[in-house]
Structures are given as C-alpha cells and as structure tokens.
Design a binder for this molecule. Structure first.
Ligand code: BGC
Length: 372
C-alpha cells in the first residue's frame, strides 16, 4: 500500500510502499483511511523540522489528523463494526508516568510518549491503519463530512477545558464546567482551523466570542465566525491593550496564532481574573523584546492565569465528535466550510509546501466513504 514518508530532518518526502497492516490481536481495529488533515506540524516536518522516525527506521510516515472507515476488527472489539466511521487518537503513553497510567498521555510527564505521524510512530498518511480499540473514537454516519475535523477540534476542546478547570476551581461563585462560559466574553486570537473550531465549542457553551485576525472582514474566516454568532475584530485596526476598553471585560483568551510576539501582546487584552490559554506552537528562535515588568505586574495585580495546552486525550476526542455533531445541527454547512481544500494523495508535495491565503483546513484524501 502507498504511504507518504519523510526522512526526518530533511525535505526528502515521498510516496513509499509499505506492507498493508492486518488485525493480529483481539482488540485491534483496521481502518481504510479516508481523509487526513494537514496542519502546521505536518508542514514543519515536511520542511525538515520536528519529526522523529520510529526506532531503527530512517523514515517516518506522516499524518495525525485522521478519519477513516472500519474494514476489519479483532474478535474482542466491542466499539466498532466494519462499515463504521471513526478516527484514532494521536498520542501513545509512555507506560510509566502517572498521567499515562491513568489514560491521560496528553499530560505525559516523562516526555517518553510517542505520537503517530510525529514522534517515533508511523502516522496515518497511508491507505490502511491498524490500532487498538482504546484509541478509536466512533464518528456517527451523519457527520462524515466533518470527520477529519475531530483531531483539531479535540485540541481546541482540551484547551478550553483546561481553562475551565482552572477558573471553576479558583474563582468563587456558583458555577461548573458546563455553565461557566455562559455570557462570558472570550477573545479567540487567530481564525485558522483551531481558532474557528474553538469558536464553535465556545459558542455551543454560550460564550460571547470575539475573533481576532488580520484579514478583510468580508473574507471567509470572519464570515464563518459571524455565522457562528461571533464578532470579528480586525487586528490591523485594534490594539490588544484597547480591546478591554472597547468591548468590556475579556474573561478568557484562546490563542491560536503561533506567533510569539502576538502571544505576548495579547496579554494586554486579558481582563481581571482572566485566563489565557495558548495552543499555537511558534517556530524560529529570533529573540523578542518585550515589556516584561509591565506584563508580569499586570499578571499579578489582576490575578491572571496563563496556561499552555497540547494534544488531547480520548475523552477530549469524544467531546469533539459530540460537539461537531451539535454544531452540524446548529449551523449546518458553516462548520464544513472550515475544510477549504481537499486534494488526492498524489498531490501531497503541493499541499505540504504551500499554504494559500484562502486555505483554512486542507486535507489529503485517500479514499471515499462507503455510505451503503
Ligand atoms: C498535534 C498534537 C500534538 C502536537 C505536538 C499538534 O500538531 O495536533 O496532537 O501533540 O502537534 O507534537
């Protein structure tokens, strides 16, 4: 079968032949890969950055945002039957830290975790994949067009949940994880796929969403945000430190820009007792000049929290799939429009090396769903 593999640390990326995997244990599921999303991590790997081949191998099969259809299951599999749709999660635990031993490899504290398509484990840019049922999340048939958004939605959802866990634990008041966001003002910075999916999850939970980007107000990202009931803020005309005055107390900032200086500037927009959750992974190593004393002073004097969030557990994937289902019912095709580019696997070089301005989420298609 075909697969897209890179030699880590180089730009040598090609279509390779790999043996088709088989179900060889009771708890395994085999999926025909339908679509695999492309994100900054894939493009970073393709340009010679962060990627690590499995031990003893020279190449890594890339791809981690997968969606597929079940073709075979082991005799002990309860969670899926051939014909079902679903995806496998990304991270596999280290097997020895408390987080991984409790099913939360997304919080692995040893650093010895592996990630399919990223760190020491082949990924999903291929025709078939096999993994254990504990890493499988089923996607209902009526939400197949959104299946490839499950992984980025899980990343956005985990980050929001982290912020909620912190706020509900530290702030007085009658509230819980389900209700805290109702009526709160949240600034989503960066209206790429993670930012827009965060806006979806936040709107579903009743938040007032401001979405910051630097594109024209009539382009697709602000248009989708408006359809979700969010308000667009053009970062070319509004300084972060003025946003609190213009729009009122900002209770949460969800960062999805991956641009270090913007990440620091945004702190100026955070309101009293606010929480700031970061998901972007900035590249490069250029030093930054920042007004450190002012930033730290504000953080202390306003009881603010800043937290980073990466990856997602199986539970976050489940919530992501549930949220995408609700979003489909609430906003119909709006969420589907986040997927702007779908290309056949033979066009992998073009999609991995170019990010057109009008792209939100691009995906590689390996096969079409069988909806019989
Ligand atoms: C993926 C995460 C992964 C992270 C770090 C992101 O692109 O979505 O699942 O943990 O990269 O490797």
């Amino acid at each position: 079968m075909k697969a897209i593999a890179i030699t880590p640390g180089t730009q040598n990326i090609q279509l390779v032949d790999r043996p088709e995997p088989k179900v060889s244990a009771q708890d395994e599921i085999k999926l025909r890969v339908l679509r695999v999303g492309i994100c900054g991590t894939d493009r970073e790997e393709a340009s010679g950055g962060r990627a690590d081949a499995p031990p003893g191998q020279k190449e890594l099969v890339i791809g981690h945002e997968m969606f597929g259809q079940v073709v075979d299951v082991g005799s002990g599999v309860q969670a899926a039957r051939p014909g079902d749709f679903g995806c496998f999660t990304v991270r596999r635990g280290c097997g020895h830290c408390p987080a991984c031993l409790n099913g939360r490899s997304d919080m692995c504290s040893s650093g010895d975790y592996t990630e399919r398509g990223i760190k020491q484990r082949d990924g999903y840019e291929t025709e078939f994949v096999v993994d254990q049922q504990e890493y499988f999340v089923k996607v209902p048939k009526d939400q197949v067009p959104l299946g490839v958004l499950s992984e980025p939605m899980s990343v956005a959802g985990k980050a929001i949940n982290e912020a909620l866990l912190i706020q509900t634990a530290r702030l007085p008041g009658p509230h819980d994880l389900q209700t805290w966001l109702k009526g709160k003002r949240v600034l989503v910075a960066g209206l790429g796929p993670i930012g827009l999916l965060a806006a979806v999850a936040l709107r579903l939970r009743g938040a007032n969403v401001l979405g910051l980007d630097v594109v024209d107000a009539n382009s697709l990202r602000p248009t989708l945000l408006a359809q979700l009931g969010g308000k667009y803020v053009d970062g070319r005309e509004n300084k972060p430190q003025n946003l609190n005055d213009s729009y009122g107390q900002i209770d949460m900032i969800f960062e999805a820009t991956g641009i270090a200086h913007v990440e620091f500037d945004l702190l100026g927009a955070l309101g009293i007792n606010g929480v700031y959750v970061l998901t972007g992974i900035p590249g490069g190593d250029r030093p930054l000049a920042i007004d450190g004393a002012a930033l730290m002073r504000a953080l202390v004097l306003r009881n603010q929290v800043m937290v980073g969030s990466v990856n997602a557990s199986r539970e976050h994937f489940q919530t992501a799939v549930d949220d995408l289902g609700k979003a489909y019912k609430t906003w119909g095709k709006t969420v589907e429009q986040i997927i702007t580019h779908v290309v056949p696997y033979t066009d992998f070089e073009e999609v991995l090396s170019h990010h057109p301005d009008n792209e939100i989420k691009a995906a590689i298609e390996w096969s079409k769903p069988q909806l019989g």
